[in-house]
Write a protein that binds this ligand. Structure first.
Ligand SMILES: Cc1ncc(C[n+]2csc(CCOP(=O)(O)OP(=O)(O)O)c2C)c(N)n1
Ligand SMILES: [Mg+2]
Length: 524
């Protein structure tokens, strides 16, 4: 233990000592001592977000790409509440996040002052660990515990609540880092049983999720698939999917249950490697919620918190897969598109131009359905998905990913409706000079909900219902919105314009935005 000064300093120094040196924040009065401590702890990079959904989503994007947590700094219950949807997405992504919330001074709580609320009830559902520090002596140790909890497999959001009187009190100590729990090794008999199922001559799918969708997991999975004839698949919305030329290709489970039924028809053994059992995103009248086909056995090779990559490698050895017998994606790019701008031609342009090493934050929704095909053979890149289904994730995640990966181009692919949730991310990107290229697919609607309206069997939808799904009265002008936050922007109405503008944006340092007027249809 080394002597600190006040509690806020001790917390900051403990975070930095544990490797947490980025803090996304939107602070208030109860966090002013943390703000004041920043000048004395310059190792901590503090980044301002103008809404808490930006703060929490950026921490998610940072944690996914850095592999270690950022801290947030949020203002009491209401600040946390504004950030919860993206903490929900981070929880689903199993991203390590140290979620610090300033609270009223302990002695002030009894007054029920205006910002007083039940922080614990708000935080628990999105947190893998929760603690409210009640003494100065405990503050630094609790901070170290929070970092370890966030990083312990399966990683998650560790929430630490700090009363204001502890952050201003003098005499706090800095704590050394605490060790995270290691992942659990999958027992050999589990691997043996799975190997038996895969080599029994029946149709099998090996489904990769969470920690298994990066190159080591993909390579081990591909070895198993090559040796046994199993099909290699990945969950619908991986937190990070590494893909592109020379990487083992993997088919993702579809979003729509009917399409998953087609993908899994006839499968007799479904092996889960850090993936969950496939279920429909929503319930629909008369349709199954569980998407495992009849007569198919589910085998858990690795559960959350297990060493899934180690288990896949052990499985590859057990089935006798040679170390270099894995599938490699052929390099290929689409031609630069011409003619109408629609989801097909926009995807072709992105496939033609995607830079080597790009980090793609994908919240393109319906306009993005042709992207996986168009980018499959592009140079190697990472694909970050909407893990928890709560829209408003994409632009903050892109922001945090750019902070984590300053040498890589981030491509933020946004549907227009989703963009409007956390559009303030652009301001943070401009202020921090982040290399984020944003494409907004302007289709003037909540297009997916038009589809869902008919799929759920809702009766009697007329013009009033339709109006709830339309965004074109007034229409959104993303060029002006971006410029208003200091981000250069242009609008494309043809495939040629889009390709040229995207090429220029990708080559320009700092953030820029291209508004793609893709229209209502898919371009089929
Ligand atoms: C936090 C949150 N609020 C609301 C929804 C419901 N929702 C799902 S998709 C959607 C509209 C998406 O529209 P857009 O982003 O423009 O994509 P498009 O469907 O047009 O491709 C909404 C409101 C949600 N998923 N998450
Ligand atoms: Mg839309």
């Amino acid at each position: 233990m080394t002597a600190g000064t006040n509690g806020a300093h001790a917390l900051m120094r403990t975070l930095v000592g544990a490797g947490v040196d980025v803090c996304f924040t939107n602070p208030g009065t109860s966090e002013m001592h943390f703000v004041a401590a920043l000048d004395d702890v310059p190792e901590m990079r503090a980044i301002l977000g103008l809404f808490e959904g930006v703060v929490t989503g950026a921490a998610d994007g940072y944690g996914r790409m850095a592999g270690r947590p950022a801290a947030t700094l949020l203002h009491l219950g209401p600040g946390l509440a504004n950030g919860i949807a993206n903490l929900h997405n981070a929880r689903r992504a199993r991203t390590p996040v140290v979620n610090v919330i300033g609270d009223h001074a302990i002695d002030h709580r009894r007054f029920d002052a205006p910002l007083q609320s039940d922080i614990e009830s708000l935080a628990r559902p999105v947190s893998c660990w929760y603690r409210s520090t009640e003494t100065l002596a405990a503050l630094a140790g609790d901070t170290a515990d929070a970092v370890a909890a966030a990083c312990s497999p399966p990683a998650g959001v560790a929430t630490l609540v700090v009363p204001a009187d502890l952050s201003w009190a003098d005499g706090a100590q800095v704590a050394p880092p605490a060790a995270p729990r290691p992942p659990a090794t999958v027992p050999a008999d589990v691997v043996e049983l799975v190997a038996k199922a895969l080599t029994g001559g029946e149709p099998c799918v090996l489904l990769l999720g969470a920690t298994a969708t990066r190159v080591p997991g993909l390579v081990a999975g591909s070895r198993v698939a090559t040796a046994t004839g199993a099909r290699l698949m990945a969950e619908t919305f991986p937190a990070v999917l590494e893909r592109g030329a020379e990487v083992p290709p993997v088919e993702r489970l579809a979003y729509l249950g009917e399409m998953v039924a087609d993908q899994l028809r006839g499968v007799r053994h479904l092996v889960l490697a850090d993936a969950t059992t496939p279920v429909s995103f929503f319930a629909y009248p008369g349709r199954p919620g569980l998407l495992v086909p009849e007569g198919c056995s589910v085998h858990v090779l690795a559960a959350p918190g297990d060493d899934a990559v180690g288990a896949l490698e052990a499985l590859a050895e057990t089935v006798g897969a040679p170390a270099d017998a894995w599938a490699r994606q052929e390099p290929a790019r689409p031609e630069r598109p011409t003619g109408a701008l629609n989801p097909i031609s926009a995807a072709a342009a992105i496939g033609a131009l995607l830079p080597e090493g790009a980090v793609v934050s994908d919240e393109s929704n319906t306009a993005g359905i042709f992207l996986p095909g168009a980018t499959a053979g592009a140079p190697r890149h990472d694909w970050l998905c909407l893990t928890g289904g709560a829209i408003g994730q994409g632009m903050p995640v892109a922001t945090g990913a750019a902070v984590a990966c300053p040498d890589r181009r981030v491509l933020s692919l946004e549907a227009d409706g989703s963009a409007m949730y956390t559009l303030q991310s652009l301001w943070t990107q401009a202020r921090e000079g982040l290399d984020v290229t944003t494409v907004v697919f302007n289709n003037g609607s909540y297009a997916i909900l038009e589809l869902e309206l008919s799929r759920v069997g809702a009766q009697g939808a007329g013009p009033l219902a339709q109006a709830m799904l339309e965004l074109d009265n007034p229409s959104l002008d993303f060029v002006s919105l971006a410029r208003g936050m200091g981000v250069e922007a242009s609008r494309a109405t043809t495939a040629e314009e889009f390709t040229d503008q995207l090429e220029r944006a990708l080559a320009t340092p700092g953030p820029s935005l291209v508004e793609a007027m893709v229209g209502r249809g898919l371009g089929l």
